[in-house]
Design a protein. Structure first.
Lengths: 479, 479, 479
DNA sequence: CACGTTCTAGAATATTCGACG
DNA sequence: GCGTCGAATATTCTAGAACGT
């Protein structure tokens, strides 16, 4: 009975418990249940006061129970003798490894370790430390990222400025380029008008007929404009057919021509360059009082008519040779004049002031001064037309050719026109593309990351800072 | 005495210890040291067997000692009666807060806690809370960063589009510029050639033929265009042919000149506008066979004047005529000079007309009006051709030349045409390029950093997306 | 006894406890301590079996104790109880508000509420796990962000390169455009000067005197250059002074004028365009065998020579006069023609060379070749001057004018020059601005985020990579 | 929900054993 | 062997929790 040994690895409590439960002498106080899988304390008081002290250093049932619980024993609630005898209501405990006759299972009965302190706590402790480290690490990296992001943000701001700058530059360049092109175009245009007058006749011979895909309005308008302008400015526009000696006529014609040319050179009338013309002519008129003469001005036709008329009268005289010569020379000179005219128109037509202002404009891409062009062009046109005015003078006999020529010449010009048109289209398309983009500038929907605050509202300011400058230009369509 | 109660916060062991040490009845077994700072167990055996069980649930000295140690008591090694009586050798323990008469210090005696659980766990608990807070903070910041990154990504996408746009614009501009230059170049070229022509007659002897590196088509088209335009606009192109003597000659001279212009019209010479000039000169030469004659070109007025004067003297009357003529011619020549002047002014001054349209266009960068250029240009071209067209006036006898001229002129136009064609092609190609490029705009295929997924390979595709469009241009070497 | 009432707010347990402790009938089982601040259970067994059931629904001491604990009662350990024997050892409990005679304090005895501790601890545990998960999650996301940031960084690098590329392109384009404009300007300039010469006489009448805001040096140098060039290339530069009639004078005058023109003009014909001219004139000479005369070529001298010769012949005989006149006129006209030619050449002429080199330069925007412009312009100017050379021919009587003209012409050219100078300045300023901007490039103070290292030092390398390219251009002002 | 009852667990201390220097 | 301590267990007291009222 007392020989019972405490087996290895079996806690004292379990050993003692087994012993006292299994001891037959105390079966009235504590014993196995009927099925042997539980044990009962039949007499609580005696067990506490008699048994417990024998096996343990206390006599507290609670302490015993505590140990039971500590080793995983569970109380069994017996429904049986509930009523009758509360006293009989025995305490009954159970444990899977605590069964009658199965002493070998006792070793599996393990005492609960107080709140898993050692491992569990430590583990969690370690985890927590690790977690803290991780957090710190993450935090550090986050700071790094934050810094990088911030730096990149700054870079991007600069980039935006760069791009904005480039855009502006591009716009300016585009404007400059446009000006150059337009200038060039207008130059060409000017020439056109001038040239028109003189050359018609010869063109006829040329088989080529100009495709009339040209935009007359433009030219005409110019002509008209010039005519109009000069019509008023020139008092001597009335080409009076007169029967005057050749010389006179020639002279007159010449005068007219040269005058015209002269007028072109300097100017005080209307705008600038055009003025002198008026003067010259006026002077001519004055000097040629006797001769109603050919103060051929504005339009070629008039001039031609007058010339023809005169020519007709001339034809009659003897000195005809001389006259002819004169005519010849006259013609030649006229040709020269017209060539000049054309050349001038060609070269510059528009040129006059250009330098002073045009170039300025070119390099002062402030569009504000753009308005200047208008007046200039007008003046230019004027000049041109006036110019052309004096150019033409031809003999009757050659009248036929010119007509034919004009036809022929028409062809070529048409082609040219079409070509130029295309060119313009190209340029225009270019522009258009650009301009079409313009309205969209407002976009730049960048929503710059809010650096410091939580989020988003920077975009507005940002856009304002960067997008506004792009307004005058074109901006590519965003998104 | 026995009433001693367990004070607050003083462990049972310490209380018991104090009691049993301080109890006079056990002074022979356990007592204070003489100085009262230590206590001694004089009779180990009796203490263990008699005293311990009274106060504790055991009778193991070791357990008692264990408790002493557990509460920080230390054994005092007494050197005194070491030898004589080992038995007498009493156990002596000490503790700073365990002194005779100083019962109040007992509360400072703390039991050693094994696994520091309480604090440790609590600390870890606090740490854990802190860690959790940190995590939340980090998470919040991360969200912020994420947002910023995302926003910046968007910005970058826009930036990319901007850059792509700028690149496209640049390309277009470059193309436009190239066209301008080319056009200009061809124009200049044309003129060159033209100028050349006039001199042809003279040139003929000279083996040298103008280097035909020019593209005709272009010029021709221009000529035609101009002709066309002016042909219509000018009703009076018909130079009345007059059968006059001198006049004729003069005419011839003129014709010659004009003829030259004609010849220029067709392009045998290289380019375009230049043609007429050549013609004039050729004709002059031809027409003036007998007369070495001065088909002076340069300045009209002066020349004319001088010519007239001379002519006058020659042809008509002797004195006066001559004089008059001279004056006349002189005047005319002066006029020519002034014309030249004007022309120059024109060239430089150009401004005048430009304004009206040119500037308007310039500053109404709406490309829509850009088309205007075309017509203008066309007109311009026309003018040129027309120019050459009307310039020519010839006598019957000189009809041959004209024909030849016409032939020649035919060539020129053709050449001009080809040139313009080329130009157009360029422009067109430009357009095409542009337009073709346009569709690609949609690209901006920036593959923004993969927002959600992990990583990296975007760069390649990215570059591909953006580099391709730049092909026609120069693209900076990436990476 | 039983009359005791349950006060408000005093839990049943406390009331019952007070009652049973305070009831004198059970003082042998449960009673107040001597001092009345505690209560004792003297007979545990009887208390359990007899008392408890009366007041409570159970007879478990443990349950009772549990309630005591629940209401904050504490067990009092008496030393004495410790030693002797369990039986004697009475259970003693205490509570601050449970004192004998102080029934009113009972209301302060509160039942403990489950302090949710379990949850707390468990939660912390769970929280820890959650925290760990969070950390991992955050870490993962951070890696993602890091990657994205890195990718975007790479994109940005490319963007920077792109922008740099665009800037370079823009600069090149700007340069090209400047060249074009300059070229154009120089062209215009050339014309201006030329024209100036002739018209003076007429100009005189006009009150307007050209503001001499021009910078001679430029033009002059050009002129000189051109003169120099042609002086050598033309063998016939020697203008023989001849005592000839008016014609001579005229010639002389012309010479003077032309000379002036020469001086004023600049030229580029030198290289290319000028050549054919020379040819033409040579040819002319050949064709005009009988007349030694007008081998009017590119150069004035030739013209002068020829004129002089003719003039000489004229002076003598009448017929001759006529003839001479004719010749004279012819010459003059020829001169005009050649002038035209030259003008054309001038205007376009350049092309020859221009194309070869100019355009090349234009499209090889290597600035290194930018210097080429000068020579070209110079050549151009030359041509012009040459041109003007042949244009003017005046009679003796008119010699005065020429002189005046020359003077006058100086003015005009001066003006032109000033204009051009301004133009050049503009261009230069442009360039200068550009160049001046260049040094600033170093800026690009971007401080790209340090990708890998902690922070900042990348900027240097970064800037080097990107800023350098911007050197030649202007770079937007960075911050 | 508040309180009561019961069973179980936590916690501090106590006891014991063993390791270590 | 001795002193100290770690560790497991024991004892005690208190608390947690489930369940019931």
């Amino acid at each position: 009975m007392k020989t019972m040994k405490k087996n290895t690895c079996v806690p004292g409590f379990v050993s003692k418990l087994w012993t006292l439960v299994d001891s037959p002498g105390t079966n009235d106080v504590i014993c196995w249940s009927l099925d042997g899988i539980n044990f009962r304390i039949l007499d609580e008081h005696r067990f506490t006061k008699e048994i417990l002290p024998k096996y343990f250093k206390h006599s507290n049932l609670s302490s015993f129970v505590r140990q039971l619980n500590m080793y995983g024993f569970r109380k069994v609630i017996s429904i049986e003798g509930g009523l009758v005898k509360p006293n009989l209501c025995a305490l009954e405990f159970t444990h899977v490894y605590f069964q009658r006759g199965k002493e070998d299972l006792l070793e599996h009965i393990k005492r609960k370790i107080s709140s898993v302190r050692t491992e569990d706590t430590k583990i969690s402790q370690e985890d927590l430390c690790k977690a803290l480290e991780d957090v710190q690490q993450v935090r550090g990296k986050q700071d790094d990222i934050d810094q990088r992001l911030h730096n990149m943000k700054r870079e991007n701001v600069i980039l935006w400025k760069e791009v904005a700058s480039l855009r502006n530059k591009h716009s300016q360049q585009q404007r400059t380029l446009s000006k150059v092109i337009q200038f060039f175009a207008s130059l060409v245009q000017g020439n056109c008008i001038i040239g028109i007058k003189n050359k018609r006749p010869l063109m006829l011979d040329v088989s080529e007929t100009p495709p009339a895909k040209i935009s007359r309005p433009c030219v005409l308008s110019l002509d008209q404009a010039s005519i109009a302008m000069f019509g008023s400015s020139n008092g001597c526009n009335s080409p009076s057919s007169s029967g005057i000696s050749i010389v006179d006529i020639t002279d007159n014609a010449k005068q007219g021509t040269s005058t015209t040319g002269l007028s072109a050179a300097d100017g005080d009338s209307v705008l600038t360059s055009s003025n002198f013309m008026t003067k010259d002519k006026q002077e001519n008129v004055k000097g040629k009082d006797p001769n109603p003469s050919l103060t051929v001005t504005g339009l070629e036709d008039d001039i031609l008519d007058s010339i023809l008329q005169e020519g007709g009268s001339e034809m009659a005289s003897h000195q005809r040779d001389v006259t002819l010569n004169r005519n010849d020379i006259q013609c030649h000179l006229d040709g020269v004049d017209s060539s000049f005219e054309d050349l001038q128109t060609l070269l510059l037509g528009k040129q006059f002031n250009i330098k002073a202002e045009f170039i300025e404009n070119l390099f002062n891409p402030d569009l504000s001064d753009a308005e200047m062009d208008m007046p200039e062009n007008a003046a230019n046109m004027e000049l041109v037309s006036e110019w052309s005015g004096n150019t033409t003078q031809q003999s009757v006999q050659e009248s036929a050719f010119p007509l034919e020529d004009s036809k022929g010449s028409q062809h070529t010009p048409a082609q040219v026109l079409s070509l130029l048109e295309e060119l313009c289209c190209t340029l225009d398309s270019d522009k258009e593309v650009t301009s079409s983009g313009t309205p969209k500038k407002g976009q730049c929907p960048i929503q710059p990351a809010n650096e410091d605050t939580g989020t988003t509202d920077l975009s507005t300011a940002f856009l304002e800072d960067f997008c506004i400058p792009f307004n005058d230009t074109d901006s590519t369509p965003f998104l």
